[in-house]
Ligand binder design. Structure first.
Ligand code: ATP
Ligand code: MG
Length: 763
């Protein structure tokens, strides 16, 4: 092992290698898109394992999505050339938090089979609480409260820690109380919401220092991808885990002063939360004598795109403060994109003021220019992109290497429609999820009740689906019983069928339901879970309900139910499957099928494709209206980072589109091309409308006359500049390289952006 460097190290450049081989003490890799940050993390795990620095179970590796975690596992296996025995703790913050929570559920008033609620359940529960408190749901929508609670949880705030002013902001001063009630209700339902997976884990660590210490001891190495998008809760969780375990005597149990209040409304958290006493038990974050923990975070401030969800780019900027003695490594070579693409993205992001600025270079060829195409409306946009994709396909490109990245999920429908028409395989990633379809949620509700009979929300969802004469009156009766005796609805049902409170018909119907579940619960332990699911769908009458349904989508629903059972095969048991469902952020299509990926820009983070289509670059859509309405430049700069993320997903082709007419929420709007288009460097960008003969000139209404539209937009918009010039040049030369003014991207040339905008930053 000592002689030749192992194969997994050989391809790395010196800085990457440094980041992989520096195994003692904190390391921050701060570098631009496509410079190999994720690759460094994966290689680092391989290195730790193959040098026997730790066993797999002693490594904690956090990714931003489940998809990224799967990818990392796959790569790791390839690098090591063998199956790793026992896997590292590799997953998202929430999946790992949930896993830890299950081991110690009793300590946070849950049992290990607790249910993870999705948004719908959450809303339903909050509605009940609002009703019980006589709060007008119209004036104070449950959704709004759900948003507030999520926000508090993202900031690591338990009900008692929410600043008074904020707690009073909902329901005439009752927001804080409702949050507390909600948390209590979750406990009685043996349930947690998504935010709890982390927040309750933090509470567990704080209130049970012995448990925390156990994990601090266990995790010898911590690795975090996309560190620029961690929120406060995630940050606090990491800080707790990354401390060197301290002696039990120095562990105060109280955490009351942990989060300073934020009544000033500042977007960031007070610096005081970093002072050390906020991060919990050990007083100072790291005792001076304690050896620094081996934590390695990688990220890029230019790709911070979750500010709206509470992410704090500050976390990455303060790394060396939080982890004294941290080694900061910069990577400057981009291995992903061709010259034109990298130049366009770098030039665009240089328009942001709040950034560190960095040098990025590629040794790749210039490649194809970034293209900008105007379409009449979104339908034509989808049609044009569909044709381009078919053309690429004819040229032998794989659909797997093509992605459509949209700003808002409503944009997807148009593409889905178009692709269905064309018979072009596609998969929606992270979007309207398969598991959120009504029929799937019903089926899941049955399974949830079998798994956890105290799951009232699930029980209520299906007690009368299909219709069995158990209407509102029956459900109300069950609720009354359950409340009086503090028992789950299912238990209440079991009681009620032995009384004469229900009419005979309803009683026998309810008895049928109870007996079914009792039987299924026994079968759960005896049968494979897929078989159980089939039995349940059959015996409950649920499948039959859709078989009898005459509506157009009934057949599709039946197929979805079949697909659901198929998807369960991947899991060892029902519990594992349900856990997966609750965590799944991104749906895989037919796993191996060659298909175009459709997703939002937000879920494209960290991914790469040969060809990337970026539709909808219009003012109001991208940048989004919400950002434009915001005070200050923060919102707009986040949109620009999102644009930058979009372009940098492309390896060889980045294709931007705008529609001059778009229907948003039912009304037609004439649009203005996005300001981001104007911010692209003309030397790297080409307008494609003029390519009359290149395959889509025959399209009705598409061609020179339409192209005039683009020009008129160029001139009506405040900074017309390049669009018109570019258009003319492109039209006259016709070639893809026509009019290129050079400068960037010769092989080996370097490009640095934003050097004069560099914010003060001292690492
Ligand atoms: P992002 O900021 O978008 O997440 P990243 O910095 O994580 O990007 P990676 O995804 O790790 O970058 O790498 C980008 C591409 O470059 C990948 O295809 C990766 O395999 C490749 N790559 C990284 N380092 C090297 C290298 N030393 N030699 C060859 N290819 C490399
Ligand atoms: Mg990455």
């Amino acid at each position: 092992r000592a002689a030749a460097a192992p194969a997994y190290l050989s391809g790395l450049n010196p800085e990457q290698r440094d980041a992989v081989e520096t195994l003692d003490g904190p390391v921050l890799v701060l570098a631009g898109a496509g410079t190999g940050k994720t690759r460094v993390l994966t290689t680092r795990i391989a290195h730790i394992l193959s040098t026997d620095r730790a066993r797999p179970a002693e490594i904690l590796s956090v990714t931003f999505t489940n998809k990224a975690a799967r990818e990392m596992k796959l790569r790791l296996g390839q690098m090591l050339g063998q199956a790793v025995e026992g896997m590292p703790w590799l997953g998202t913050f929430h999946s790992i938090g949930g896993r830890i929570l299950r081991y110690h559920a009793e300590l946070v008033q849950l049992t290990s089979n607790f249910t993870v609620l999705d948004t719908d359940d959450q809303i339903r529960l909050l509605k009940q609480l609002l009703a019980a408190d006589n709060i007008d749901d119209k004036r104070w929508p449950a959704r709004m409260l759900a948003g507030l609670i999520d926000g508090w949880k993202n900031r690591g705030l338990t009900p008692s820690q929410v600043p008074a002013g904020e707690a009073a902001s909902f329901g005439n001063g009752r927001g804080g109380k409702l949050y507390a009630q909600y948390q209590e209700r979750l406990k009685t339902l043996n349930a947690a919401d998504f935010g709890d997976l982390l927040l309750e884990n933090i509470r567990l660590f704080r209130e049970h220092p012995d448990v925390l210490r156990q994990y601090q001891n266990r995790f010898k190495f911590i690795l975090v991808d996309e560190y620029q998008d961690t929120n406060v809760a995630q940050y606090l969780w990491l800080r707790l885990l990354s401390q060197t375990p301290s002696a039990p005597s120095s562990l105060p149990g109280s955490t009351r002063q942990s989060i300073p209040s934020q009544e000033d409304g500042s977007p960031g958290l007070d610096a005081s939360r970093r002072s050390g006493d906020d991060v919990g038990p050990s007083g100072n974050a790291v005792a001076p004598s304690a050896p620094p923990k081996n934590i390695c975070c990688v990220g890029d401030d230019d790709q911070s795109i979750y500010g709206w969800r509470g992410a704090e780019v500050d976390n990455i900027l303060r790394f060396d403060h939080d982890f004294p003695g941290a080694k900061v490594i910069r990577l400057e070579r981009n291995y992903r994109s061709t010259g034109h693409i990298l130049a366009a993205a770098s030039h665009l992001i240089a328009h942001n003021e709040g950034r560190l600025g960095k040098t990025l270079r590629t040794e790749d060829v210039d490649g194809e220019m970034v293209t900008v195409t105007g379409a009449w409306d979104s339908e034509e946009e989808a049609r044009a992109i569909g044709e381009e994709i078919e053309q690429l396909q004819r040229q032998g490109h794989k659909l797997n290497e093509i992605a459509i990245l949209v700003r808002a999920s409503f944009q997807m429908r148009e593409f889905e429609d178009r692709f269905v028409t064309l018979g072009l395989p596609y998969r929606v990633i992270g979007g309207p999820r398969f598991y959120e379809r009504a029929e799937i949620r019903d089926a899941l509700a049955y399974l949830r009740v079998i798994n956890s009979p105290a799951d009232d929300l699930a029980f209520e969802r299906i007690v009368n689906v299909p219709k069995r004469g158990l209407g509102d009156a029956t459900v109300q009766l069950l609720h009354d019983h359950a409340r009086k005796r503090k028992m789950p609805l299912f238990e209440a049902a079991r009681m009620v069928i032995d009384t004469d409170e229900l009419k005979p018909k309803a009683r026998s119907s309810l008895r049928g339901v109870v007996e079914n579940f009792e039987r299924w619960q026994v079968q759960r332990d005896a049968l494979p879970h897929t078989e159980l699911a089939e039995i349940v769908l059959d015996e409950s009458g649920y499948t039959e309900m859709w078989q009898k349904d005459r509506s157009a989508d009934a057949a599709g629903r039946l197929e979805n139910l079949k697909e659901l059972v198929r998807s369960m095969e991947e899991f060892e048991n029902l519990q594992g499957f349900l856990e997966h469902i609750s965590l799944v952020m991104d749906r895989e299509g037919g796993a191996d099928e060659d298909a175009v990926s459709v997703m939002t820009l937000h879920s494209a983070k960290g991914l790469e494709f040969e060809t990337v289509f970026l539709p909808g670059w219009e003012e109001g859509l991208f940048p989004h209206q919400r950002a434009l309405d915001e005070q200050g430049r923060a919102g707009l700069e986040e949109e620009r980072r999102l644009a930058h993320v979009g372009i940098t997903r492309a390896r060889r082709r980045a294709k931007l589109y705008f529609a001059t007419n778009r229907r948003i929420h039912g009304t037609w709007n004439t649009t203005i091309p996005s300001r981001f288009l104007d911010e692209l460097p003309s030397a790297n960008v080409e307008i494609t409308e003029s390519k009359g003969g290149s395959g889509w000139g025959g399209m009705s209404g598409y061609g020179p006359s339409r192209f005039d539209n683009v020009e008129s937009f160029g001139s009506s918009y405040s900074t017309p500049g390049w669009q018109r010039a570019q258009a003319q040049r492109s039209r006259s030369s016709g070639g893809s390289n026509g009019g290129r003014s050079g400068g960037f991207g010769e092989s080996g040339a370097s490009y640095s952006s934003g050097s004069n905008r560099r914010a003060p930053f001292t690492i």
